[in-house]
Design a protein around this ligand. Structure first.
Ligand code: BGC
Length: 678
């Protein structure tokens, strides 16, 4: 039994702690930059506005730098699920971590990733990916956090702040990059209200609240103009409205489409090399008067400014020594990967309390499917991370099974014996072949035909072989639990009624198998909540064309679309079950300055320890100018922090790690609605 305690939804002091960008002396940095720039030749400035070449060196994408001037080069590393440089800790993908709704966890993941990037010699982390999940079929859904801008903003701000303890971050891709297969050409067409209320708030939060040091532009067009040369985005909004003082770098290879228009718009660094910003092109643009030297000076200055502001040296930022290589995959980071994996699992169905699975002598568990024994960390695009070891589901289950017996059945095995087992745990889902960044590289082609490409999903159904596996297992097993792997919503309607239990495990990272097993056996009560609506069928969602070259973006998508059209999804945004029950009572509202503080008491009314996510949805009324009332919409303000409220654990005591409050007592969750939430 423990005493009640207060959990704050978003503790800014805690989230912002150690973020180097928040302590920069800008006046000093400006003075030093101007003094240095005076000594720089045009050639030296040009060197500052482009990457070093089309291939990374030691996994580092480099740009600028001049030893004679004492300027180190930018060394950029990809990162949404860990440092993409040699061997590194592979965390669960971002959308999995988002299911935890745990901003403090995300801050620590950002911090650990930043530290590993710094240890690899990097100084810019090319993350987080914060393109809104407009449709769950987006190939890179796994890299982003949410279909909700507020939830996305909270997770992203925490990650940026954590990572910026060690390196600069670069939230990407600015903006509206949410269709993969046509990303190099498509135009996202959007009105100003939708842009500012739906697709940009989370970018704004990263820039304004936690001062992300750079921003990566997007490949696609916005209203017909490539993002990499779009003055509205790169200048008017980013710098004018939001006061961004960092630099913009292009997305790779095709992210810079022109020389003069891109430079004028505020594309500060062309990555990974000077294709459009070649000497030849720049000289021609200068000679024709399309740009002047002042434009190059201005863009180079933004890069130099950040170098001085961040006290960049060859070792790293903030004058800190380069971290020792031993931080990579250190015990703390592996424990963090495990915590993230466990907290990201979402329990979607638990008929007859099939879960948690017992592990005493006499219990028999069949683990079914090839994915149970496969490394499945997500796509093989730029966010791919290579850990030295991956705990696969089967390994995790075996390690936690205690006295129960475990037998594995491959996907093509005869499943008729499943009826002899107490429960069949079927691991099914998607892989890098089905979804992900669309990069048809030579390596992928050679390895696995042209299916190994990621890209958007045209359908949200499982692939036929996976549905067939579930069908065969449910036909033979006494009780079936399906564990789904994947990066976004999956339509389960065809088979859900035949399974007893369903868990969404996403791509769980290098400790995914242990995290899953802790939930399966009840060491942890599942507390993940869906950051994306799971529709009953594709046609509940907006039309989805993965070959579209022009896509109209409106105010409605995800749960707002479902709500507006009166569709009942299979599982709504924010949904997730647990092994215990909670009661929320006594909601209190208090005006604080321009904001509102909301408090609620949270009581564990069940018999087991557990955690829950307190979510607050604010309703508002949308009015069409001069038109009829559209109806009340739920605008969610999920309080992105888990209330951990304990009870006696399954073993009869109190789990000290997760339990804070006895079942009869209350925890208290408080959240302040910040001004940017409108
Ligand atoms: C991706 C970016 C990534 C970059 C560098 C691009 O193709 O869109 O997200 O950061 O490659 O790897």
């Amino acid at each position: 039994m423990t005493a009640p305690r207060t959990v704050k939804a978003f503790d800014a002091d805690e989230i912002h702690a150690g973020n180097f960008a928040l302590g920069i002396d800008h006046e000093k940095a400006a003075r030093e930059t101007d003094a240095l720039m005076e000594r720089m030749s045009l050639e030296q400035k040009i060197h500052e506005i482009r990457g070093h070449g089309p291939r990374p060196v030691d996994s580092l994408w480099c740009a600028g730098g001049d030893a004679a001037l004492g300027l180190a080069a930018w060394r950029m590393v990809d990162g949404p699920r860990g440092a993409r440089a040699g061997v590194a800790t592979a965390f669960p993908v971002a959308i999995a971590r988002a299911a935890s709704f745990d901003v403090d966890l995300e801050r620590r993941v950002g911090m650990a990733t930043g530290l590993e990037v710094a240890a690899k010699g990097g100084n810019v982390l090319l993350a987080p990916t914060i393109n809104l999940l407009r449709h769950p079929g987006w190939g890179r859904a796994q890299e982003t956090y949410s279909e909700d801008p507020h939830h996305m903003g909270a997770m992203a701000a925490a990650y940026v702040s954590g990572a910026q303890n060690h390196v600069l971050t670069s939230p990407k891709h600015f903006a509206l990059n949410n269709l993969e297969n046509t990303r190099f050409e498509m135009s996202a067409d959007v009105d100003a209200r939708t842009l500012h209320e739906v697709y940009l708030p989370h970018f704004k939060r990263c820039v304004v609240e936690v001062r992300a040091a750079s921003v990566m532009s997007a490949y696609n067009k916005l209203n017909g103009v490539y993002c990499g040369e779009n003055p509205e985005l790169l200048d008017a909004i980013l710098r004018g409205d939001w006061g961004f003082t960092g630099f913009v770098e292009s997305d790779w290879f095709l992210g810079t489409r022109s020389t003069a228009p891109a430079i004028r718009a505020g594309m500060d660094i062309e990555m990974p090399a000077g294709f459009r910003f070649s000497d030849e092109n720049l000289q021609a643009a200068l000679a024709s008067g399309e740009i002047d030297e002042a434009a190059i000076h201005r863009n180079a200055r933004r890069s130099v400014y950040q170098k001085l502001a961040w006290q960049l040296t060859e070792d790293g930022v903030a004058g800190k020594p380069r971290p020792d290589a031993s931080v990579v995959e250190c015990d703390d980071h592996l424990a963090l990967a495990l915590e993230a994996a466990e907290k990201s699992v979402v329990l979607l169905r638990n008929e007859g309390d099939v879960l948690p699975v017992g592990r005493h002598a006499g219990v028999s568990i069949a683990v079914v499917g090839d994915l149970a024994d496969a490394v499945n960390l997500g796509d093989r695009g730029s966010s791919m991370v290579t850990p030295s070891h991956v705990v696969k589901p089967l390994e995790g289950i075996r390690a936690s099974a205690g006295d129960a017996t475990v037998e594995h059945f491959a996907s093509n095995a005869d499943l008729s014996r499943l009826g002899e087992f107490d429960v069949a745990v079927v691991v099914a889902g998607l892989t890098y072949r089905d979804e992900g960044e669309f990069i048809p590289t030579a390596q992928q082609e050679a390895e696995d035909s042209d299916l190994a490409r990621g890209g958007d999903r045209a359908t949200l159904d499982l692939p036929a072989d996976q549905r067939d596996l579930i069908e065969r297992a449910t036909a033979a097993a006494r009780r079936t639990v399906v564990v789904l792997q994947g990066g976004s919503a999956i339509v389960v309607r065809d088979w859900i009624d035949r399974v007893d239990g369903l868990l969404m495990a996403w791509y769980g990272g290098c400790q995914g198998g242990h995290g899953l097993a802790r939930v399966l056996f009840g060491d942890a009560s599942p507390s993940g909540r869906l950051p994306v609506s799971f529709p009953r069928a594709m046609d509940q969602l907006m039309p989805w064309d993965i070959a579209a070259l022009s896509v109209k973006h409106g105010l409605l998508h995800g749960y707002r679309w479902l709500d507006h059209h009166g569709h009942e999804p299979e599982f709504p945004f924010g949904f997730g079950l647990g092994y215990t029950s909670f009661q929320l009572r006594d909601l209190r509202l208090e005006r604080v300055g321009g904001g509102l503080t909301v408090r609620v008491d949270v009581q564990n009314t069940g018999t087991r320890a557990g955690a829950t996510v307190v979510q607050l949805y604010r309703g508002s009324v949308l009015l069409r100018p001069g038109g009829p009332r559209l109806g009340a919409r739920a605008v969610p303000l999920p309080l992105p922090r888990r209330a951990v409220v304990g009870g006696p654990s399954a073993r009869g005591g109190v789990d000290p790690r997760r339990s804070r409050v006895a079942p009869s007592k209350c925890g208290d969750a408080a959240g302040t609605i910040p001004p940017w939430a409108g």
